[in-house]
Design a protein around this ligand. Structure first.
Ligand SMILES: [Zn+2]
Ligand SMILES: [Zn+2]
Ligand SMILES: [Zn+2]
Ligand SMILES: [Zn+2]
Ligand SMILES: [Zn+2]
Length: 381
């Protein structure tokens, strides 16, 4: 046996000499004397001494060798053989994993989950398959609009009912210049919704369209007509006045520029100038409409209209109620002054209220004596 020239190894802790037979190795590779080794904890699995025993979910302490294949729980720091990957988080032991919701679709535990209509909650990954209910934050399948509870308050959909934001270019019907339309909210029994929509759209034709309106509960739609020269309601005086207009079968401005109009409007030039200026505003907004083309076709032939139209760039919006209209009553030739106001009844400008108040004549001095017999005969009105 060769004489050993090497000194016997020393305990790495206390430096006492140790022999190969008495030396104790730790898992970390230290060589210790038996006394020092007795101070170092042992692995509960392999019984080896280890400086860094790790606690497991079973409350045992294991050396690094025995923990190969185990995972550390990122929540409690204990080691486990069955860690679960948390969606949006780390790896959790079984016990800590129970603190997370599991996804109703993929079954994974997740840090954040989202309520899905009538099916529990889903994880971040699975929520991609859903969208939010149009009325609340509940997720619904992408092809649906409302969750079950909100849907009870909403209309079934129909391709012929437009979105509430639908606003087509107004299609003008009639002669104007005042165009009135109506907006009607209609409740429909849910069971006949489709039939009602089809009936309404077929009958409306080009006169109007249907829109969704979530304020109509539980079920219905809004019917909107295009602007028309339609009176929804009026009193007798207004009816008489518009009857005279419709008899003329002309545009009001055409009537104003006609020989008859020139005798009836007592401040004719002022009225004609205002009409031109306000129609520039209207035609500016609706320049492409059929009505605008018709208007220019008719009035473009009137030299006085053309002269006023081309000699000024003035535009006017509406009419001040203090700006009275001085007119011989078309039916009686009686002079009178009228205050005219047009106001919105609804915010959408679909229903307008026209108020004309007859006042004692206060216009320019009258040029000619009035036919006294007619004057007298109409004082009753
Ligand atoms: Zn020692
Ligand atoms: Zn061990
Ligand atoms: Zn844990
Ligand atoms: Zn999931
Ligand atoms: Zn909802």
């Amino acid at each position: 046996m060769p004489a050993s020239t090497l000194a016997d190894p020393l305990c790495e802790d206390c430096s006492h000499p140790i022999t190969a037979a008495t030396a104790v190795s730790t898992v970390e590779g230290e060589k210790l004397c038996s006394d020092c080794a007795a101070e170092v904890p042992r692995c509960d699995e392999c019984a080896a001494h280890t400086r860094e025993p790790r606690v497991t979910v079973h409350e045992t302490y294991l050396c690094s060798q025995c923990l190969i294949g185990w995972q550390r729980c990122t929540d409690c720091d204990r080691y486990t053989r069955e860690a679960t990957a948390i969606v949006g988080g780390g790896d959790a032991c079984e016990q800590c994993g129970d603190n997370y919701d599991s996804c109703a679709d993929c079954g994974n535990r997740a840090t954040d989950t989202y309520a899905v209509d009538s099916r529990g909650r889903v994880c971040d990954n699975c929520q991609e398959d859903y969208r939010e209910c149009a009325d609340c934050y509940t997720l619904v399948p992408r092809e649906e609009t409302y969750c079950e509870s909100c849907g009870d308050n909403h209309n079934p959909s129909h391709s012929r009912v437009h979105d509430w934001s639908y606003k087509p270019t107004p299609r003008f019907h009639g002669e104007g210049p005042l165009f009135l339309g109506l907006e009607l909210e209609i409740k429909i029994p849910r069971g006949v919704f489709t039939e009602a929509v089809d009936t309404a759209v077929d009958d409306l034709g080009k006169a109007g369209y249907l829109k969704e309106d979530s304020s109509i509960r539980p079920c219905g739609f809004e019917l909107v007509t295009h602007p028309v020269w339609n009176l929804l309601a009026c009193n007798d005086s207004f009816g008489a006045a518009t009857a005279v207009l419709s008899e003329s079968e002309q545009l009001v401005p055409a009537w104003l520029f006609s020989p008859r109009g020139k005798t009836l409007f007592l401040d004719w030039l002022g009225e004609a100038t205002h009409t031109v200026a306000s129609h520039k505003t209207i035609l500016g907004r609706y320049r492409d409409s059929e009505q605008a083309r018709h208007f220019m076709q008719i009035l473009g032939q009137n030299p006085e209209f053309v002269r006023l139209w081309t000699s000024s760039i003035r535009v006017a919006y509406g009419r001040n109620t203090s700006d009275l209209l001085h007119l011989l009553d078309p039916a009686t030739d009686e002079p009178a002054s009228y205050s005219l106001s047009i106001s919105n009844v609804t915010q959408t400008e679909h229903v307008l209220l026209v108020t004309v108040i007859r006042k004692p004549y206060s216009g320019p001095p009258l040029q000619h004596p009035l036919p006294s017999s007619r004057h007298a005969s109409t004082t009753r009105r």
